[in-house]
Design a protein around this ligand. Structure first.
Ligand code: AHR
Length: 654
């Protein structure tokens, strides 16, 4: 990291027992006061297949509509033939390789000129020179002795690699090949071509980078998972978001449809396909290649607690708001009970056995489950109560997450809190998408929360630079610092706020619906936003006990926002301070426990000259954390906080 930004710390003169007469504020850390434990899983991530986050994102499949099951079966595909080639392409469904994947294409030609189909990928396929790509398809030789060739084309039409497929059989057969592109291209295409007279049937045409996360065939994009791993998330909430609810109940997310052979997972319209007329994505569907087993596995890989959210018998209230009658709710509740058994049950139980059959005999240690996403109103409370009764009866230790609607203080929110408090709900999910001012104004929000009521999951938040769901919103420094100020309030109140996650997580720059987002990607690049670095600094400097602090002598027109924690394992004090002002702040740091004994400190600062500053593909490091070490800090040292900054200071205790 560049030493672009420095933080200077000047040890105070021998003023061990009285505060020095300095102009700036004093931050006092009460190292002697007993303090509450911070949930080790507090800082997590919220995953939803929005903005091409899963299909076209972290799920590394490069072929769009690989099974020809989109409502327009050739969406994403085009006929490819030089002018002299004669051939026929048809979509058929007689005798498919799987009845759960009924459509396939037939190619037929009478000439030796290449004729076939090409796939555009998710707005182009990203391929890298020097890397291998695993092709696979279901192929049936129908007539003749057809030659088949797989080609990878660059955007400009250059052939990047070809592989011939031979010995095709008369029945459906899975054929595999490996491609090695000669060049790197962000918008490559994959083609399958007949090169000799004959007829073939093709289905489930797939291309994955060989180098997926943990080298798992058919797995996840390594660079995107690495960005998550670098956050060290305490939990992963999945699979959403509104896609849990569906625009109608028929389009809700059903976890049982997302496990087992990928070709047999039924395709579903992605709710974000049609949600925003100003950002249409007609080619957005859920293949469920990233399904519940893969989500649990991702949590296990990253050491994060799984936090699945299930439909509670309500479709999205911004759409149809369709309700499953209370009398018909049993299958929904059964899905929840079965999910807990799928995650945790012994292999002797029906769903534990299913997990084992899918290759994971050991349990996933599910401790939390969300009932509904962003629901509101009495209909939600009635349904939540039924889920809670059934789940608690069988799994009394399971922590249930309930919803409080889409806004953090309206009538829907107040109603939900009142009702859920009466029901002794475990953890309530609060959401806030608002201008930066809201986040500064709510830094003390949880100071007044009832310590004996339900706990809080600040499950969706993001500062909006322009307005909620405005396509002009930017992930700029101003928003990131406002979020950081808010997060200090969450950390100071970690006895109430048990979980927190920014939303949404991913967006593909070529196909997004919602901005801002924590991480932006395209087919080859991953760019971490200033908000990402705020999340990362809180997550990686979490500590395990709250340390009470006071800020005295503040200039009320330019307040600082701070929180502190103790890491009793590393014997460190962790101080986080946001200075939103456009000038440096000199702060006296009063740490009674430190005494006059000098202690080393590690400092990380996120700042920038321009509040509108952003990180973009090609220039992803405009705003990044900068680290430095200060060899010796004493009680009443003066620290200098750069303008427009978040500073994290880790102090070794004697
Ligand atoms: O994060 C985007 C959407 O915002 C989520 O799907 C939903 O829960 C909220 O309204």
């Amino acid at each position: 990291m560049s030493p672009r930004i420095t933080l200077s710390l000047v040890a105070a003169m021998a003023l061990t027992f009285s505060l020095p007469a300095i102009a700036g504020p004093t931050i006092t850390l009460h190292t002697d006061r007993p303090s509450a434990k911070i949930n080790p899983a507090m800082w997590g991530v919220f995953f939803e297949d929005i903005n091409f986050g899963a299909d076209g994102g972290i799920y590394a499949e490069m072929v769009k509509n690989r099974g020809f099951e989109f409502p327009e079966p050739l969406m994403g595909w085009s006929k490819l033939s030089p002018p002299q080639a004669r051939g026929e392409l048809s979509v058929r469904d007689a005798e498919p390789f799987s009845p759960r994947n009924p459509h396939y294409v037939r190619l037929a030609t009478t000439t030796a000129s290449p004729f076939g189909i090409a796939n555009e990928g998710f707005r182009g396929m990203g391929v890298r020179q020097g890397e291998a790509y695993d092709f696979s398809a279901q192929i049936r030789n129908v007539a003749g002795n057809p030659g088949l060739q797989v080609r990878l084309y660059a955007e400009d039409g250059t052939v990047l690699d070809t592989v011939d497929l031979r010995d095709l059989s008369a029945g459906w057969q899975a054929i595999r090949a490996t491609l090695h592109p000669r060049d790197t291209d962000a918008k490559a295409r994959l083609a399958v071509l007949l090169t000799a007279p004959g007829t073939v049937d093709l289905d489930f045409i797939s291309l994955f980078p060989h180098n997926t996360w943990k080298q798992r065939p058919g797995g996840l994009r390594a660079d995107m998972v690495q960005a998550l791993a670098d956050l060290q998330p305490g939990f992963i909430r999945f699979p959403g978001g509104c896609i849990v609810e569906g625009s109608t109940l028929a389009y809700r997310y059903q976890w049982k449809n997302t496990i087992g052979p990928v070709a047999e997972r039924p395709l579903l319209l992605n709710r974000w396909n049609v949600e925003f007329l100003h950002r249409p994505t007609p080619d957005y569907f859920q293949s469920f290649g990233l399904g519940f087993l893969e989500y649990f596995q991702l949590c296990e890989d990253l050491g994060a607690q799984p936090l699945p959210i299930l439909n509670c018998g309500m479709a999205c209230q911004f759409n149809s708001g369709e309700l499953c009658p209370l009398t018909d709710l049993a299958p929904y509740i059964q899905d929840a009970l079965d999910l807990v058994e799928f995650a945790n049950g012994p292999v002797s139980s029906p769903w534990g056995a299913r997990r084992a059959a899918l290759g994971h005999p050991t349990p996933f240690h599910l401790q939390m489950l969300g009932i509904g996403n962003e629901q509101w109103g009495p209909q939600y409370i009635e349904r939540y109560a039924k889920f809670a009764t059934a789940l608690k009866q069988r799994y009394p230790d399971l922590q249930l997450i309930s919803g409080a609607g889409p806004a953090p203080g309206d009538d829907r929110f107040k109603f939900a809190w009142t009702q859920l408090r009466e029901l002794h709900a475990d953890i309530i999910d609060e959401h806030s998408y608002a201008k930066p001012d809201w986040f500064y104004g709510n830094a003390n929000r949880y100071d007044a929360y009832d310590r004996n009521g339900p706990k809080v999951f600040m499950g969706e938040y993001a500062a909006q630079s322009v307005a909620v769901v405005s396509p002009k919103n930017q992930n700029n420094l101003e928003c990131a610092l406002a979020e950081a100020a808010f997060l200090t309030g969450l950390e100071r109140n970690a006895d109430v706020v048990r979980l927190a996650s920014y939303a949404p997580l991913f967006a593909n720059t070529t196909a997004w619906q919602w901005t801002p987002d924590l991480i932006w990607v395209d087919s080859l690049q991953v760019t971490r936003t200033p908000s990402y670095y705020v999340q990362q600094l809180f997550s990686r400097n979490r500590g395990n006990e709250i340390l009470p602090l006071e800020i005295a002598g503040q200039d009320s027109s330019a307040p600082l926002y701070a929180s502190a924690a103790r890491d009793t394992v590393a014997h460190e004090i962790i101080l986080k301070v946001v200075n939103p002002a456009n000038h440096t702040a000199a702060v006296s740091l009063h740490v009674p426990g430190l005494g006059a004994t000098p202690a080393p400190a590690r400092v990380t600062t996120l700042s920038g000259n321009d509040l509108h500053g952003i990180n973009v593909h090609g220039n992803p490091a405009t705003i990044v954390p900068v680290e430095s070490v200060i060899p010796s800090v004493k009680d009443l040292s003066i620290i200098t906080l750069p303008p427009q900054s978040l500073t994290v200071l880790r102090l070794k205790m004697p």
